[in-house]
Design a protein. Sequence first.
Length: 184
Amino acid sequence: MHSIVENSRIHFEKALEFVKNDISALRTGRVAPSLVEKVQVESYGAISDLMHLASITTQEPQTIIIKPWDPNVIKDIEKALSKSDIRVSPVVDGQVIRLNFPALTEETRKELVKVLHKKLEEGRIAVRGVREKIREEVMSAEKDKSISEDEKFQALKDLDELTKDYNDKIKNIGDKKEGEIMTI
């Protein structure tokens, strides 16, 4: 594999990691702390992810328990959760917040699959963006005479293979997540 293409692998990995993190927040049949970890909470004049302010656990398949490390921020967390797109009302129960998620209906599952496909397409767009950036580097390297025309064609071929590999990885991740969402 050509060195320009090989050095670009890290950018493809970042795009893949972004997709994995983005879809981890999508709900499947069982709730997970990742659904609320990234909720932005404003407390003491600063904005932080919820995971930095509280312990987040699942008690039952449909319930998330949030226990703030500082009881004074419980109202801030409740406010942030109410504004977030998780579509569940937080219930303050003493020093903890409970999020009781209803069971997913067939309609809700189909909506989640649509959101999943949108997020996967964003990942494929990111991969194409990386490919275009690297393609421009290869073309400019050939124009500057730092690589030959044959090396350019080989590098572009390697780049297309690498792009296909990462698009296949995104598809596999998406297929697995879709199976999790649709399983009752």
